[in-house]
Design a protein around this ligand. Structure first.
Ligand SMILES: Cc1cc2nc3c(=O)[nH]c(=O)nc-3n(C[C@H](O)[C@H](O)[C@H](O)COP(=O)(O)OP(=O)(O)OC[C@H]3O[C@@H](n4cnc5c(N)ncnc54)[C@H](O)[C@@H]3O)c2cc1C
Length: 419
């Protein structure tokens, strides 16, 4: 039996629901398949396995054996973390009842309700959760494609790309130039590029103090702009040149062979170049037919796809409303989704959807800033309820406390994801 949540939601998204049970169609236990073992997928898989206490078969499909978080990866660039500290394995998830399959999902048959794997396997589901993160939109930075990612790394997925970027920064000649091509909205982690600029500056100030940083940005403004600009002026004076849309930041091409960046017709030779192209939902969402344009639209109450009630899409890949694309958001959405999926499959109680997010950024040692909000599900979208943001001119004690809060968050969220 296929259950469409909209048909039994009664008084709306905020109602507490006792969902009818979906019986496993003659195949024993209900089956949930999760594609992508990142902030959204690992959390959803873990919560469904843990809370259903063996009533639901949970399979997680994830190609990598270690997940390297993008969150805190800028701190690796700045020298505050090593790569090992960012890596997490799936062993505890597996011993907690999740069947972890290290493979790529390469197709979804929505009629047969199966996921096909690159290794040739086929996995059946009653409910499918997709949390594949992002891929890049081809052709958005003239001269750059994925074949150039080692010459001009995006470093916008965790792991090896971060190592390439860091080694390029470390190899810059004294007085050399680092360039970033920043992405257009919407993209994962709105403050991420600007925290990265801060961390590159932090590294260069200590190791290459006459080096320069150029940021070509297609946007007229960016997340926490006042806080970053204050921090750059106070800590990295004269080092960072941000070129926004008004000054030609949206007219950019690169030549990875020649290591040049052309901004509004002016060619600059660079020594390291971080190209962060426009983003879209991870390809498997498109293959599953649940995208509309670049992202996958979902119902806010349970993160189900607007195209298929038995597919849920989490995290960066979905178009859900007001939440930024962040690890905190993906983790928060995963818990709402896990609760709804378990309710639909076992009849357990479903709680009203509530979401929250905070994005911290490190500007310099012990100088942390944050922006965050709480959200609720409406019929239309995940809607912002209220928010907060760090202020310019804060005391060093408060900035240190904000950084310490982010350290606590990192430990908490990774334990929540991986057990
Ligand atoms: C530099 C940087 C800094 C950031 N800082 C923060 C921060 O401070 N706070 C914060 O909250 N967020 C931060 N983020 C954002 C955060 O990393 C993402 O928003 C979050 O990881 C999204 O979770 P997700 O589950 O959607 O995707 P991901 O965590 O990327 O997980 C996707 C997973 O799916 C797998 N996958 C993809 N396709 C397939 C397939 N076909 N088959 C099987 N598996 C597949 C991938 O291998 C991956 O493991 C940062 C991001 C960057 C780049």
């Amino acid at each position: 039996m296929t259950l469409n949540r909209r048909s039994f939601m009664g008084s709306g998204a905020a109602a507490t629901l006792i969902a009818p049970r979906v019986f496993a169609d003659g195949h024993g236990k209900s089956r949930v398949v999760v594609v992508g073992g990142g902030a959204g997928g690992a959390t959803a898989a873990r919560y469904i396995a843990k809370d259903s206490k063996g009533e639901i078969d949970v399979t997680l499909i994830e190609p990598t054996r270690h997940y390297y978080t993008c969150f805190f990866s800028n701190l690796y660039i700045g020298g505050f973390k090593d790569m090992a500290a960012l890596g997490h394995s799936y062993g505890t998830l597996a011993s907690g009842g999740v069947n972890v399959v290290h493979d790529w999902a390469v197709g979804v048959d929505r009629d047969a309700k199966t996921v096909s794997l690159a290794g040739g396997g086929v996995v059946a589901y009653d409910k499918l959760i997709l949390s594949p993160g992002i891929d890049f939109v081809d052709g958005t930075v003239d001269g750059w494609d994925l074949s150039a990612q080692n010459a001009m790394p995006h470093a916008y997925k965790g792991g090896s790309q971060m190592e390439v970027l860091k080694s390029q920064i470390a190899s810059m000649p004294q007085g050399g130039t680092f360039a970033m091509v920043a992405p257009p909205n919407p993209y994962r982690c709105p403050p991420g590029p600007y925290e990265r600029v801060s961390m590159v500056a932090h590294y260069l100030r200590a190791n290459n103090p006459t080096a320069k940083i150029i940021v070509a940005d297609p946007k007229p403004k960016f997340s926490k702009q006042g806080l970053f600009e204050e921090g750059w002026a106070d800590h990295y004076a004269g080092m960072i040149d941000w070129i926004g849309e008004d000054f030609g930041g949206s007219s950019v091409s690169v030549d990875p062979g020649a290591m040049t960046v052309t901004i509004d017709g002016e060619v600059t030779k660079v020594d390291a170049c971080n190209v962060i192209p426009a983003m879209k939902a991870g390809r498997i969402a498109e293959l599953a037919g649940v995208t509309d344009g670049n992202w996958a639209p979902v119902n806010a109450a349970d993160m189900s796809s607007k195209m298929d009630a038995d597919i849920h899409v989490l995290g960066d890949a979905c178009a859900q409303g007001d939440m930024p694309k962040s690890g905190f958001s993906a983790n928060s959405q995963a818990k709402v989704c896990a609760n709804a999926v378990r309710g639909a499959l076992t009849g357990s109680k479903v709680f009203p959807a509530k979401f929250s997010n905070t994005c911290w950024s490190l500007i310099d040692a012990n100088n942390g800033v944050k922006v965050g909000a709480t959200y609720e599900a409406t019929d239309e979208k995940i809607a912002k309820v209220d928010g907060f943001i760090s202020q310019t001119g804060e005391s060093s004690d408060l900035r240190r406390a904000t950084y310490e809060e982010s350290e606590g968050w990192y430990a908490g969220i990774t334990a929540d994801m991986f057990g």
